[in-house]
Structures are given as C-alpha cells and as structure tokens.
Design a protein. Structure first.
Length: 135
C-alpha cells in the first residue's frame, strides 16, 4: 500500500490488483479496509479487487492480464505477497501455540514468565468477539 501511494504521489499511474474482495483483509477491520479503498482512490490509484494477474512480455514486462480480462500496459510491476511466519522451532517447547501461532494476552505476554511475542506470529483474544485473532 505504501509503495502504491508513494508512486502515485510522484505522478505515476498506479493500479492495485488484489486477490481478495477488499484491501488489507488480514487486518480483519472492514472500516479500515474501506478507509484505505477511499484513500487510494482519492489519490488516483485504480483498484481491481477479487482479481489476479499474469505478466506479459518477452524480455521485460510489457503488460499484465487479469483473470477478469483486464489488460494493463505497464513498465513496472511490484508484487507484494506478504510473509509467512515460522514457529516450527517452538514445537515441543513450553510456549503455548494455537495452530502454529504464539498465544499472547493483551500485554503481549506468552504463558511463560518474562517471554513476550510481537509481530505476525501471535494470536490473541479479541474482546469484540469470542474468537482469537491472528496478527
């Protein structure tokens, strides 16, 4: 998102192609997703949601074609796929895990004294519901 906005602010024509139905769905916050949709569109960024793209070109990228049939000429493609956490090294330890996620409380504390966890490897109780949220 930051790269798209920075490029648009420099006058480049930018299109975000998102496989999901909304922006930043991993945050599980519809209001925030709607805000960023409006924010990016207000900066002249085009959005293609629920779509994916394939690169076209021989020696360099010349265009992308989406599964929805959009063909966009381009000189640059930036792919943002996120990152996957690794918690396998904690298997068999005393750190509480839930489906590979480190379980924490609202103060980032694990079940072990003096052990905190932060970043995209933790899960926590979401007070807005009875489910845990990953982050």
């Amino acid at each position: 998102m930051e790269i798209a906005i920075a490029l648009a602010d420099r006058g480049l024509k930018v299109t975000i192609i998102e496989q999901g139905p909304a922006l930043l769905t991993h945050l599980e916050a519809r209001d925030l997703s709607a805000y960023f949709k409006q924010h990016t569109e207000s900066r002249g960024i085009s959005l293609l949601l629920s779509d994916a793209a394939a690169l076209l070109g021989d020696d360099r990228v010349e265009a992308v074609e989406t599964t929805a049939g959009h063909r966009l000429a381009c000189d640059l493609v930036i792919v943002s796929v996120g990152a996957a956490f690794a918690s396998d090294f904690l298997a068999g330890s005393d750190v509480a895990l839930e489906d590979g996620w480190i379980v924490i409380d609202r103060l980032l504390r694990t079940n072990l004294a003096n052990v905190l966890a932060a970043g995209n490897i933790k899960t926590f109780y979401d007070p807005r519901g009875s489910l845990r949220s990953q982050s």
